[in-house]
Design a protein around this ligand. Structure first.
Ligand code: MG
Length: 339
């Protein structure tokens, strides 16, 4: 791919995409925030607009997943959960989403109905409304099946929004479940690899799982590790916060099937997307309590404290034999079109 054209890597959630965003997009936009809220420049999971005693949290996401229906979900579920989760990890109660769909001529109405029902079911789980939308159709050879763009809107009390850049030294790092499920299951499904146990996407709305911890004011920073995976999310949090992180490899939950798939496909489970997980920094004196709360929730049974925030500027992983290695951000998500 020549240097002056878009390549697949430009949409893959790694360094290549970050450079495109910084140089071509952010540089050419002049007004990036309202009322001193969190701006586009923060590149957080969402932005905020402070109004009175509250902050409106807003985020948007386009979905181009292939295939549309996959083990554990479909494009409707992921389109709803994607923006609901980005609002949720800002510490805001998700209220509503919008739904813009660009559909290919000839697309089965039956499939569209399945997608909408799935979207609705996902929203109902966390009491989110679908309040507005748009429907466009393109010629058969101009678009691949369907593209869905959703915008998520939530609300938080002023000053209580949780950023991804506010880890403090001594905080514990919690992940709310096993890593790599979405990207690895999608890739296995596409490649036609069969496992004895069903490997499924983890796509789900996370608000019910984290709400209580948010209200306890125990969380210092958080992100959903989607494109670019856990490696991207934890590095972004550490870099933006100006701290290091030390992780214990043995404590990081990964399913057996994900390990197996990752070896077979040569893909690092830390670098692929999760769609129903949260990575958070938690005040150390509240970490055990937060872990217990998350473990009791529907999607949090595999949650674990996996490390802590330290001085420094690297994310380090302690290996079972006692060595340490640096966990780098991926150049790009190794699996394209995962969300
Ligand atoms: Mg996010």
């Amino acid at each position: 791919m020549s240097d002056n054209k878009i390549g697949m890597g430009h949409g893959a959630g790694g360094e290549v995409m970050s450079n495109l965003i910084a140089e071509t997009i952010l540089n050419n936009i002049t007004k990036k925030s309202v009322n001193n809220g969190i701006s586009l420049d923060a590149l957080d999971d969402g932005a905020t607009i402070p109004i009175g005693d509250y902050e409106i949290v807003i985020t948007t996401d386009g979905h181009t997943i292939n295939p549309l229906f996959f083990p554990g979900g479909d494009i409707g579920k992921i389109s709803a959960a994607g923006t609901i989760n980005d609002v949720s990890v800002m510490g805001a109660k998700p209220l509503a989403i919008t739904n813009a769909m660009i559909i290919r001529e000839g697309f089965p109405i039956e499939d569209l109905e399945k997608i909408i029902k799935s979207m609705d079911e996902t929203c109902r789980e966390v009491d989110v409304a679908i309040v507005t939308g748009d429907t466009k159709v393109m010629e058969y050879d101009k678009i691949d099946e369907i593209v869905i763009v959703t915008t998520g809107i939530g609300i938080a009390k002023k000053g209580e929004v949780i950023k991804d850049s506010s880890l403090n030294i001594g905080d514990k790092i919690i992940v709310t479940g096993t890593l790599g499920d979405h990207g690895m299951s999608l890739m296995s499904f596409r490649e036609g690899i069969d496992f004895e146990t069903d490997l499924q996407s983890d796509v789900a709305p996370v608000w019910n799982m984290i709400q209580e911890a948010v209200e306890m004011k125990a969380i210092t920073a958080m992100k959903d590790p989607t494109r670019g995976g856990f490696a991207n999310a934890i590095n972004e949090m550490a870099q933006k916060s100006g701290v290091g992180v030390l992780l214990d490899q043995e404590k990081i939950p990964i399913k057996e099937e994900v390990h197996a798939a990752s070896e077979m496909l040569g893909i690092d489970p830390f670098e692929v997307a999760n769609e129903g997980k949260v990575v958070m920094g938690v005040k150390s004196d509240l970490a055990d309590e937060v872990l217990e709360i998350i473990k009791k929730s529907e999607y949090g049974s595999d949650a674990a404290i996996i490390g802590e925030v330290i001085e420094g500027n690297h994310v380090l992983i302690e290996t079972p034999v006692g060595g340490q290695r640096i966990l780098e951000s991926p150049i790009a998500d190794p699996v394209p079109r995962v969300c």
